[in-house]
Design a protein around this ligand. Structure first.
Ligand SMILES: [Zn+2]
Length: 417
């Protein structure tokens, strides 16, 4: 699912059926003449793009025939390493060169649905381990996690990051993913988003082979899991918090009071554990709205679906296809700050409630004007200006390549209302 406007014709724009969740940025004629954006030869309209939102260009296209180009994405660089089995000198059987490629491809299909302009970029894939070094990476094959996993994760990190980055192929400007094996029943896909030690995890270790499902191939399921872990890397929590179904002394499966992720636009949720599958979409509906899923109105159903199909939920359908605005804001805030070193650019927020004295770099400190955000964008391009819903009655001169996007929360327009 591509979220750019590239390839759209004016006819397509006129005739397009607006997706249910789409909003438009409308560029209108500014006071006293055509929009200034058109006057700058270095800023073809094709650079004005938006996320899931189509750019309504019909009026402008009547004035000029702009060249088109792809939207700018913010790249999340990912470095994959396969730890080799010390006995064979080969990685786990499920780890093929195809695997990281598929993980990135599938992850990007999902990221396109979230419509913030993020994309994964596979920067490298290679094998590590198999040497005589006392801290050789193959000592982590298999990765014996378990009750002491926090300690082991710290130990791994001191090997891979602090002491022997070259031996482990640690890439300081990428998200590091290490592929190994976990013994059955002991594994975790990723290390804590927020470790007990207080250190924020900055890598992913993956050690379980995925199976194909009715929806996805094994490689796609692997990609989905990697994307889920990547969301943890951007500090997102599970929609259920740490709350799981419990079995009472009679063996009855009970759903406890739902847990949460500290965000207000995701409903309380419960994780099913093993055979204790007492939490269904009906539980989610009844607990939050006191009625069944079939009786929900459109707004309520959207809230339920946002959790049931959420990347950060644990439901069997594993839609992977949704993140809410607050989840995306958190992702963006962290991408703009703690994880900036693995990204190709930043997102600058603009809101009618903003202030041009703000940095624009966090969801709570948006710029007020699009022009101010563009001034703060990288001169060489690569940044995204994200418009909160509303009309921005201003003339904008694009002096640098930047991508304008609207959020899924509502339409944004630029120019005279
Ligand atoms: Zn998780």
């Amino acid at each position: 699912m591509n979220d750019t406007i590239s390839g759209l014709t004016s006819a397509a724009l006129r005739g397009a059926t607006q997706p249910a969740d789409a909003h438009f940025i409308t560029i209108k004629r500014g006071p006293g003449g055509p929009p200034a954006a058109l006057k700058h030869p270095q800023a073809p309209l094709s650079k004005i793009t938006k996320t899931h939102c189509l750019l309504t260009l019909a009026l402008l296209m009547a004035i000029t025939a702009p060249r088109r180009a792809d939207a700018q994405f913010i790249w999340i660089d990912v470095s994959y390493k396969a730890i080799v089995d010390p006995a064979t000198g080969q990685p786990a059987a499920y780890v093929t060169p195809h695997l990281p490629q598929e993980a990135v491809r599938f992850g990007n299909a999902m990221l396109a649905r979230y419509r913030r302009g993020y994309r994964l970029r596979l920067v490298e894939y290679f094998w590590i381990g198999g040497s005589d070094h006392p801290r050789d990476p193959s000592r982590w094959y298999p990765f014996l996690v378990g009750p002491n996993h926090e300690l082991l994760e710290e130990e791994f990190r001191s090997d891979a990051f602090t002491n022997y980055p070259a031996l482990y192929g640690w890439n300081p400007s990428a998200l590091n993913v290490f592929l190994t094996v976990f013994p059955e029943g002991t594994g975790k896909s990723a290390f804590c988003a927020e470790c007990d030690s207080g250190r924020l995890s900055d890598y992913i270790a993956d050690g379980r082979e995925c199976n194909a499902s009715t929806q996805f191939t094994a490689e796609e399921n692997f990609g989905a899991r990697n994307l889920h872990e990547t969301a943890h890397y951007f500090y997102l929590k599970h929609t259920h918090g740490s709350t799981a179904c419990i079995t009472n002394t009679s063996g009855l499966c009970l759903a406890p009071v739902p847990g949460d992720d500290d965000l207000t636009d995701t409903l309380g949720d419960v994780q099913n554990v093993g055979d204790c599958t007492c939490w269904t979409v009906e539980n989610l509906s009844w607990t939050n709205f006191n009625k069944g899923y079939g009786a929900l109105n459109a707004t309520e159903r959207e809230l339920v679906d946002n959790v049931w199909f959420n990347l950060m939920s644990y439901h069997e359908t594993f839609g992977y296809s949704r993140l809410t605005e607050q989840q995306l804001d958190l992702w963006t805030d962290i991408a703009n700050s703690f994880r900036r070193h693995v990204l190709s650019g930043v997102t600058l927020y603009v809101s009618l409630e903003g202030n041009d004295g703000y940095s624009g770099l966090t969801s709570t400190t948006p710029k007020r004007h699009v022009a101010a955000a563009l001034d703060a964008a990288a001169p060489g391009g690569g940044d995204i200006v994200l418009l909160r819903p509303g009309n921005y009655d201003e003339r904008v001169t694009l002096t640098r390549p930047a991508t304008l996007r609207a959020t899924r929360a509502g339409p944004a327009s630029l120019g005279r209302p």
